[in-house]
Design a protein around this ligand. Structure first.
Ligand code: ATP
Length: 311
C-alpha cells in the first residue's frame, strides 16, 4: 500500500572523540569522529500533498529556538527530499513538518538529523513499496552527499567515522550511558569553530598529526564502563569553542563539581555534554545545571539509540 504520511524520529549525536587532523588540500580536515546517538530527537513528517514545502516548530515540551532554521530550499530536509525525488524520477510532492527537540546550531547535528529523516520519509512515500529502488546503501550514499554527519543519523548507535567523518564502522558497546546536555542561548557556526581551531594551532606553532581512535574509549564502550568513558571523552574543537564562547568554561566546571563522570563541549558547541553514573544521577545533574547562568536548558538523555526510524 502507498503511504500518504510518514513520520520519522531521528536522534541527535554527541562526539565521544573528535580528533581533528591537519587541514587537507580540499579544505576539510581528516577526522577521527566517534559518534554516539542519544535520545534527544527530532521528528520529521512527510505528507504526500502538493508542492514541496517545509514548516519547523519546537517539539511539544521543548524550548528549542527554531528561528534560525531556514524554511526554504536551504533547509537540509528539503535538499534531502529533492535528492530522493531526483533519484526516483518523481515529482517532489510533499509537505515536510519538522518538530525539533535537538538544539539548533548546538553541535548536535540537528540539521543533518532532519536530512536523514527526510531521506527515509520521502523514500517511503515515493518509492515502489513492492520493489523499492532505494535501499539502505543508497540512502547512506545520498546522506553522504548532503553532509558528513548525515550517514551517522541514518545508522545511529555508536560508530567510528573516518575521513570527513562519513566512513562509518559501528562500535561495540555494552549497556546504556546516561547523559545531560546543557544548551546555551545562540549557536556557534561549525566552520567558524574549525577556523578558530586552525588559528589557535597556527598561533601555538602546533602541527596536528593524523589522529588515531582512542583504545581507552573503545574498551570503555565495549565493557559498559561509564567511569572509563568519562575519562576518555575528548574533543579537539573544545579549545576553539571555549575561545569563542568563554562562558562555557563555567558550565563545564560546574558539571565536574556536581560529580559528572566526564564532560565536554558537544561537537562544535555550544551545547555541553555531561556523563552521569545512572538515570537518577542524570536527573539530579540536570536539575542543578538547569539553574546555572548561561544554561538555557539541561536535558537528560541516554544512548546509544537507533538512527532514523519510521514511527
Ligand atoms: P553540526 O554539529 O553538524 O555541525 P549543529 O548541530 O552545530 O551542526 P545544526 O542544528 O545542524 O547545527 O544547524 C546548523 C545550521 O544549519 C543552522 O544554523 C541552519 O542555518 C542550517 N539548517 C539547515 N537546515 C536545518 C534544519 N533542518 N535544522 C537545523 N538547522 C538547519
Amino acid at each position: 500500500m502507498t503511504a500518504t504520511a510518514v513520520t520519522v524520529r531521528v536522534p541527535a549525536k554527541v562526539n565521544l572523540q573528535l580528533s581533528v587532523g591537519p587541514l587537507r588540500d580540499d579544505g576539510y580536515h581528516d577526522l577521527v569522529n566517534v559518534f554516539h546517538a542519544v535520545s534527544l530527537a527530532d521528528e520529521v513528517t512527510a505528507v504526500a500533498d502538493g508542492r514541496l514545502a517545509v514548516t519547523v516548530e519546537a517539539a511539544p515540551g521543548s524550548a528549542v529556538a527554531v528561528d534560525g532554521v531556514p524554511v526554504d530550499g536551504d533547509n537540509l530536509a528539503v535538499r534531502a527530499a529533492l535528492l530522493v525525488a531526483e533519484r526516483l524520477g518523481v515529482e517532489p510532492s510533499a509537505r515536510l513538518r519538522i518538530r525539533k527537540a535537538i538544539p539548533v546550531a548546538g553541535g548536535m547535528a540537528g540539521g543533518s538529523a532532519d536530512a536523514a529523516a527526510a531521506l527515509v520519509a520521502c523514500a517511503r512515500l515515493w518509492d515502489d513499496p513492492e520493489s523499492p529502488l532505494l535501499g539502505r546503501e543508497d540512502l547512506l550514499e545520498l546522506g553522504a552527499a548532503l553532509g558528513s554527519d548525515v550517514p551517522f543519523a541514518l545508522l545511529g548507535g555508536t560508530a567510528v567515522g573516518l575521513g570527513r567523518g562519513e566512513r562509518l564502522t559501528p562500535a561495540l558497546t555494552r549497556g546504556t550511558f546516561h547523559w545531560v546536555f546543557a544548551t546555551a542561548g545562540g549557536g556557534l557556526s561549525t566552520p567558524a569553530v574549525y577556523a578558530e581551531c586552525d588559528r589557535l594551532r597556527d598561533a601555538g606553532g602546533e602541527r596536528a598529526g593524523l589522529p588515531d581512535v582512542s583504545a581507552e574509549l573503545m574498551t570503555a564502550l565495549a565493557t559498559g564502563d561509564a567511569k572509563g568513558l568519562g575519562a576518555a571523552l575528548a574533543n579537539d574543537l573544545q579549545p576553539a569553542a571555549l575561545e569563542l564562547r568563554p562562558s562555557l568554561r563555567r558550565t563545564l566546571a560546574a558539571g565536574q563539581d556536581l560529580g559528572a563522570l566526564g564532560s565536554l563541549v558537544s561537537g562544535s558547541g555550544p551545547t555541553c555534554a555531561f556523563l552521569a553514573g545512572s538515570a537518577g544521577h542524570a536527573a539530579e545533574l540536570a536539575a542543578a545545571l538547569g539553574d546555572l547562568d548561561g544554561v538555557r536548558e539541561a536535558l537528560p538523555a541516554h544512548g546509544p539509540v537507533p538512527g532514523a526510524t519510521i514511527i
